[in-house]
Design a protein. Structure first.
Length: 98
């Protein structure tokens, strides 16, 4: 894969993660991300950036979100899958820059 392809895939994974986390948050009855940020001790900007596909959650943040939200088995699997895909993409990007 070219660097351009990897960057495109990275954006797709961010977008899927964003949509899934928003859907899960809302299905948990939480309309305002401020409540989540306060609960996790994260800034509202961090959560908004994740939900706007600007950034990807760190493993720690993702684990905290998964602990906070009531997830279905399918949601948990999809979140883990997206995390794995992102780690693989980032590793390939890092290797391509050497």
């Amino acid at each position: 894969m070219t660097t351009q392809d990897l960057l495109f895939e990275e954006k797709k994974v961010k977008t899927k993660m964003s949509a899934l986390l928003i859907s899960i948050r809302q299905s948990n009855g939480i309309e305002n991300p401020f409540i989540v940020s306060r609960e996790l001790g994260q800034s509202v900007a961090t959560l908004r950036n994740i939900e706007k596909s600007i950034s990807f959650p760190t493993t720690k943040t993702l684990n905290e979100l998964m602990s906070l939200y009531m997830l279905t088995i399918e949601e948990r699997k999809e979140l883990e899958s997206l995390k794995s895909k992102m780690l693989k993409i980032r590793k390939q990007l890092k290797e391509s820059r050497k």
